[in-house]
Ligand binder design. Structure first.
Ligand code: FAD
Ligand code: ZN
Length: 470
């Protein structure tokens, strides 16, 4: 059902002609980053303020039209693109992009939902402070999208995920009311935690329009190293050793299997490959309150210990900021290299760190048994027990065909092993459309019933991003 001309006119009156797009090429809004989902929007609306968002929600509610919120459209589970019915309004937050306040003494920043993550990081840096949320999509993803998906990234080990960094939210409810919960308080025990209901709700409970986030002092020095490990057991041993020696200074611990680095070398030949091939390569980052020389020494001593212990067989510490950035660039290029290689079956699973080696060994073996020759792009935030356990077609096989033919089997094997190891089927990307059915299978019936009750209470008409999560 297309939108009525009168309804479109009321949207245009609220937002201005230029910000209600109902025809022309809407691909950028309708197609997801992975090019896995292609929907069709009845209209794309681009409000510029919280009041305009609230007005759109009220207008849609009057007409019974459902709304799909979208930030930077970098989500990986099909949560931010419309369905194929052509009846949904896509609400883009990209024009809500002002940094409303930075309180250096309270170490907080209040920014609107459409602010690109990199701009938020920059605003903090301009004030001599650190906003630690960091992920490969940071040049395009938005703060609102980060909160709606409770994004993780590479600094979770020390600073936590988006939820841990958030102190307050401003939300337009499904009724079109504005809840101003933008407190910069670190302590507030006045009833149910509304903020944490909306964080990670993927647009299904309301629209996040602004947030107050924690800032931190900038570290005096940051040092980066690569270490080569023969097994994942060795990488986990290195993690324990680094945590003991570096304490809270250990801000990054990323593992990459050989094939993920092979893909980077193949598709981004200009990037460095400073260590010879190893089954597992670990990127460690130390952030220190002392200067560069002291930080470097601590990192070198930690790696010497690890070499002595035998869990590492080769290591290199970046000698300059540029080298350190290049090492991170290699790590962050893995998803892009994978995209170049073709469609793949993505998993962002977590299991307790102690269970990671057994999980990977068992799951690799089961997959190879069922689908000989498949290739595992296995990398991620080992320090958080979170791996991107991605499955690529055997060499020479058509990736799209492989995905279509084998995704259910691959998912079943991976998720059964995740559950057997006490893990979660999504540590970072969320549920969206992609993992809706898997969620029904793997989340407890009691938890699902509680989630449905919350959805029913906050969005009784089911107009907020329907068909996602639940
Ligand atoms: P979108 O894609 O626009 O939306 C994502 C979901 O949130 C949708 O369901 C949408 O409806 C909802 N939403 C968006 N904005 C709002 C809002 N203001 N209010 C309510 N709902 C809203 N994720 C990680 O956790 N860690 C990573 O390391 C990581 N790396 C990535 C690397 C790459 C190259 C890419 C492409 C993605 C990566 N992601 C990662 C996925 C991650 O979910 C997104 O990058 C980011 O958090 C989403 O932000 P966005 O603004 O693009 O949201
Ligand atoms: Zn990740």
């Amino acid at each position: 059902m297309a939108l009525t001309p009168a309804f479109l006119a009321s949207l245009r009156e609220a937002l201005g002609e230029a910000h209600v797009l109902a025809d022309g090429d809407l691909t950028a809004y309708e197609h997801d980053w992975r090019k896995r989902w292609r929907g069709r929007a009845a209209a794309v609306v681009r409000p510029a303020s919280t009041a305009e968002v609230a007005q759109v929600v009220r207008l849609c509610r009057q007409q019974g039209v459902s709304i799909v919120p979208q930030g930077g459209n970098t989500g990986l589970v099909g949560g931010g693109v419309p369905d194929t019915t052509g009846t949904q309004v896509l609400l883009s937050l990209q024009r809500l992009r002002s940094i409303r306040q930075l309180d250096a003494q309270n170490l907080t920043l209040t920014a609107e939902a459409g602010c690109v993550l990199q701009h938020v990081q920059q605003a903090a840096a301009d004030a001599g402070l650190l906003f630690p949320l960091s992920l490969a999509a940071e040049g395009s993803c938005t703060l609102g999208g980060n909160l709606a998906t409770n994004a993780g990234g590479t600094q979770v080990l020390r600073f936590g995920n988006a939820r841990d960094l958030c102190l307050g939210l401003e939300v337009v409810t499904a009724q079109g009311e504005v809840w101003n919960g933008l407190s910069g308080l670190r302590k507030d025990n006045t009833g149910y935690d509304l903020r944490n209901l909306f964080i990670g709700s993927e647009g299904t409970l309301g629209i996040i329009t602004a947030a107050t986030m924690k800032l931190f002092p900038q570290p005096a020095a940051t040092q980066t190293a690569l270490a080569a490990c023969t097994t994942l057991d060795d990488a986990v041993a290195l993690l324990g050793l680094a945590q003991r020696r570096l304490g809270a200074g250990l801000t990054g611990f990323e593992a990459m299997n050989r094939f993920s680095l092979d893909l980077v070398a193949r598709h981004f030949a200009q990037l460095p490959q400073p260590l010879p091939d190893a089954p597992w390569t670990v990127l460690l980052e130390l952030s220190d309150t002392e200067g560069d020389a002291a930080a470097r020494l601590r990192l070198e001593q930690t790696l010497e210990d690890a070499l002595g212990h035998g869990c590492v067989h080769d290591a290199v510490v970046a000698e300059s900021l540029a080298q350190s950035q290049a090492l991170w660039h290699v790590r962050e290029s893995i998803p892009l290299a994978q995209a170049e290689e073709g469609l793949n079956i993505k998993h962002d699973i977590s299991v307790p760190v102690s269970a990671i080696p057994a999980f990977v060994q068992q799951t690799d073996a089961l997959l190879q048994q069922h689908l000989p020759g498949l290739r595992l792009v296995n990398f991620g935030h080992l320090g958080d027990g979170n791996l991107h356990y991605n499955v690529q077609a055997p060499a020479g096989e058509d990736p799209a065909h492989f995905l279509q033919a084998h995704e259910p089997l691959v998912n079943r094997i991976v998720y059964e092993q995740v559950m057997a190891n006490g893990g979660s089927i999504s540590a970072e990307h969320g549920v969206g459309q992609l993992k809706r059915h898997a969620l029904q299978q793997h989340k407890s019936p009691v938890a699902l019933q509680l989630m449905r009750s919350i959805k029913q209470a906050l969005d009784p008409d089911g107009l907020m991003n329907p068909g996602r999560v639940l």
